[in-house]
Every structure is written in structure tokens, then in C-alpha cells.
Design a protein around this ligand. Structure first.
Ligand code: HEM
Length: 392
């Protein structure tokens, strides 16, 4: 946060030295209640079916967060409310942004803290209305400031996203022209390779044959990269045909050919009715997801599990959950995992999941990363795909 913003926010809530003094006077009164307040705070979150999804780390995470919230209340009332304080608060705000916590939860959460601390001071200063009013005013200001900082970090993130979109647009143009330019030389290499493979040297000398084979493989890899890049920037028209996902999954398994130490299972796909879609692009979805899952296991023995079923209420659609027993997604990229060029691997361009999302969305479906404590414990993706209306 720049100095300007920091000062502007302070000015906006009119936070002064006497407010600091009032907050310090509130600290000894409120401190004994911090533990109870943090219990109520996280109980409320856990009771809320949507908000609780943020607490994916389960009980141990909640235990840790309760302690951090108590520290947070301590520093809220003791200050000093200087630049370092605001920088720390910004960092906390960015933690919430990073885990994609919806901004609107912040209002309710801050209100709970406001109410709890106000109740304590009213109770303790009964009979001293002026003092209670002084502390209440200061508390109101600092909590407004906290909320403003939280919202500021969301705004920062939004601006960063807009800058990324712009970068991607430039990237798209660049990739489009480089991709097309690369197709020609790759085509020439392929033709020459075909001719060389028919020459006597390729039959007589096994080393020549081996190297020609290698060149062929690498041209294939390069072509695949160019195709993925071009797919990313231009939407290939969707074909519409009846598609059975169980067949698509079988083709994906055959294409990826997971090694023996990876146990792959699928449940519920057979029972799904056919949907209308593009079989080739849907195959790409499963190939990319399966490749990612296998790579996440990093050569270790493990499991990849796919489950599917029909949505019980609401829109007529199929859901699919694909999870693996790998280490799970790096928290630092969790929120951006579907963005192009987002990868933690040394190899690969980070287009796989971006393409998956693009294809599913063009089918009217979607995908989200929704890890859970139970299950295999690694990455877990939930996919949705609409189904055609039931025949009358
Ligand atoms: C006024 C509101 C809130 C305050 C003051 C607050 C405070 C904090 C603090 C101090 C941290 C630790 C940051 C760090 O690691 O440095 C944190 C992290 C976290 N908060 Fe909040 N929080 C608030 C609202 C919420 C809400 C509403 C939720 C969930 C619905 C939530 C979920 C989390 C989670 C999951 C983390 C840990 C993220 C991670 O490390 O991966 N917070 N919060």
C-alpha cells in the first residue's frame, strides 16, 4: 500500500491520537473476552454452509486461526497504528484475497467483532456514558479503517487482474503470430523427416534410425505446444454430437496410459445419459486433467479417482469429481489455477487447466477446485456439464 492510500484511509475515518488513547483504555477491559469472541467468530463461519468452505484445513486450522484472531484484537487495541501496522493488515487482507474469500463476508465478520467489543465496553462502563461513548467512537473508527484496508486489498487484486488480462491480450496476439510462423518450419521438418526415413541409411544404421525417431517425437511435442497455444487464443468451433462420457474417459485413459503404480478408478460414468457436445474437445478435458493428476503424484504410487452422478435438484446436469492422492495444489496458486500460464512445473506452459475450463464453459458447464479433508487428500476438481432435456 502506498503512503498516500494509508494516509487517505486514516484521514477518511478521522483517526486521531485521542482515538489511540481510547483504544488502549479499552484493551484491559476487552482482553479477557478475546478467546470467547474468537470462538463465536469461527463458530459463526462454520455454521454458514458457504463461508465454512474457506476453512478447508479443518479443526487444526480453526484452532490456529482463533489464536491469530486474538493477536489481531490485541494489536487492534494496542497499536501503534503506524505504517508497519497498516502493512501487516494489508498482508492479512491479501491472505483472504489469495484464498478467494468473497469480499462480502468481511462486512458480516467485522460487524460481529464490532458488536462483541461494543457489548463488552457498554457492560463494563455502565454508569460512565461519556467514557463509553469515547471508547465506542474510537472502536468504530479503527474497525472502519480495518474494513477499508481489507476492501483496499480486494481492489488491489482486481487491478492486478485487469493488468493480467491486458498482458494476456498482448500475449494472445504474440502467440497467434508466432504459432502460425512455427507451423511452416515444423511442417518442412516433418516432410524432410519422412523422406529421410525412406533412405537406405535409415534402414542400415540403427543410430540414424534412432535419431530420426527422436526428431519425429520432438516435432510432435512442438506441434502439440503450438496447437495448445492456438486453441487457447482462438475458440475452435464446437461440434455437437451425442457424447457418452464413459467412452470419452476410456479414450483419455488410453491416451494418457497412466503408469502401473497409479491406480485409476471411475464410478458412476456408465449410468450418465449421453450429452450433446464436442467429443474431441471433451477428450482434451479428460486428458489434461488425468495428465495433471498423474504428474501430481510425481512418480510415486498413488490413486486417481473419478466419480460422476446426476444433479439431484436444479438444472439437469451431470457432476464429476476428479481427485488424486498427490500433495494438492500449492496454496499460492490455488486461486489462479485456471489462468493461462499458471504452472508450478518446470516443463509445460500452464495452459492445461485454462483450456479445460474454457472447453467446459463453452459447453455450458464449469469446473472448480474444491479440496476436502476427507477423500484422497490431493487436488480435487468438481466439473459440471449440462444434459439435454429428458425426452417427454
Ligand atoms: C473481520 C474479519 C476477519 C479478520 C480480522 C480476520 C483475520 C485473519 C488473520 C489475522 C489471519 C492470519 C493471516 C496470516 O496468516 O498472516 C486470517 C487468515 C485466514 N482467514 Fe480471516 N479474518 C477475517 C475474516 C475471515 C472470514 C469471514 C473467513 C472465512 C469465511 C476467514 C478465513 C480465513 C482463513 C481460511 C485464513 C487462513 C488462510 C491461509 O493461511 O491459507 N477470515 N484471518
Amino acid at each position: 500500500m502506498t503512503e498516500n492510500v494509508f494516509e487517505e484511509l486514516q484521514h477518511y475515518v478521522d483517526f486521531r491520537d485521542e482515538d489511540g488513547a481510547a483504544l488502549r483504555a479499552l484493551h484491559p477491559i476487552a482482553q479477557a473476552h478475546f478467546e470467547r469472541i474468537s470462538d463465536v467468530f469461527y463458530r459463526r463461519i462454520l455454521e454458514h454452509p458457504e463461508a465454512r468452505k474457506a476453512l478447508e484445513g479443518g479443526e487444526s486450522q480453526v484452532g490456529h486461526l482463533k489464536v491469530t484472531l486474538q493477536d489481531w484484537m490485541g494489536s487492534l487495541l494496542l497499536g501503534p497504528w503506524d505504517r508497519a501496522y497498516f502493512e501487516r493488515r494489508c498482508r492479512i487482507g491479501r491472505v483472504h484475497v489469495r484464498i478467494s474469500l468473497p469480499q462480502h463476508y468481511m462486512f458480516g465478520a467485522m460487524n460481529l467483532l464490532r458488536q462483541a467489543l461494543t457489548d463488552i465496553l457498554e457492560e463494563s462502563l455502565r454508569g460512565q456514558p461519556d467514557e463509553a461513548a469515547r471508547l465506542r467512537r474510537a472502536l468504530g473508527k479503527i474497525l472502519d479503517l480495518e474494513l477499508a484496508i481489507m476492501l483496499h486489498t480486494y481492489r488491489e487484486d482486481l487491478l492486478a487482474q485487469a493488468a493480467r488480462v491486458e498482458r494476456l491480450a498482448t500475449f494472445g496476439q504474440l502467440v497467434g503470430s508466432i504459432g502460425h510462423e512455427l507451423r511452416n518450419p515444423l511442417g518442412v521438418i516433418e516432410t524432410s523427416l519422412f523422406i529421410l526415413k525412406g533412405r537406405p541409411a535409415a534402414q542400415e544404421d540403427p543410430r540414424v534410425a534412432k535419431h530420426l525417431e527422436r526428431i519425429g517425437e520432438q516435432v510432435g511435442v512442438a506441434n502439440h505446444i503450438v496447437t495448445s497455444l492456438l486453441d487457447m487464443i482462438r475458440a475452435r468451433p464446437l461440434t455437437h454430437a451425442p457424447v457418452r462420457l464413459t467412452e470419452v474417459w476410456a479414450s483419455a485413459l488410453a491416451a494418457v496410459a497412466p503408469p502401473e503404480h497409479v491406480r485409476v478408478s471411475a464410478r458412476g460414468l456408465d449410468a450418465l445419459p449421453p450429452l450433446q457436445g464436442d467429443p474431441v474437445q471433451l477428450l482434451q478435458v479428460f486428458v489434461n486433467l488425468l495428465e495433471n493428476a498423474v504428474q501430481a503424484l510425481g512418480g510415486a504410487a498413488g490413486e486417481v479417482r473419478l466419480e460422476a452422478g446426476l444433479q439431484e435438484s436444479g438444472a439437469r446436469e451431470a457432476w464429476l469429481v476428479l481427485e488424486d492422492s498427490g500433495p494438492g495444489l500449492d496454496p499460492a496458486i490455488r486461486a489462479r489455477v485456471f489462468e493461462p500460464l499458471m504452472t508450478t512445473r518446470a516443463r509445460g506452459l500452464g495452459l492445461g487447466l485454462a483450456l479445460v475450463r474454457r472447453i467446459l464453459e463453452r459447453h455450458g458447464g464449469g469446473i472448480e477446485h474444491a479440496p476436502r479433508e476427507e477423500g484422497l487428500g490431493g487436488a480435487r476438481f468438481v466439473l459440471r456439464l449440462p444434459l439435454p432435456p429428458e425426452a417427454p
